[in-house]
Write a protein that binds this ligand. Structure first.
Ligand SMILES: [Zn+2]
Length: 85
């Protein structure tokens, strides 16, 4: 299993650590990389319906954990600030 995966929950697509949360389930809360504790609804478990915007804090945390350089993280932050989500 990949170390980090994405899961839509409570209006955002969050990333999570599979070492801490092996498999999120509908109605059960998990802690995302951004620090929020969220619970997916049943419809959030249907990957084709992941229309919620990406959680920027999770995106940044994930990039940092997989080893992006400071300059790459800086560019990511700038691109996030330029988007509306
Ligand atoms: Zn998040």
């Amino acid at each position: 299993m990949q170390r980090y995966l994405w899961q839509q929950a409570e209006g955002r697509r969050h990333a999570y650590d599979t070492a801490r949360n092996p498999s999120p389930r509908a109605g059960e809360s998990f802690t995302a990389l951004c620090g929020q504790t969220v619970a997916p609804a049943p419809e959030d478990m249907i990957a084709g319906l992941w229309l919620a915007p990406t959680c920027h804090a999770c995106e940044f945390q994930l990039a940092a954990r997989v080893g992006w350089s400071r300059s790459e993280l800086h560019r990511l932050r700038i691109s996030q600030e330029g988007s509306t989500a």
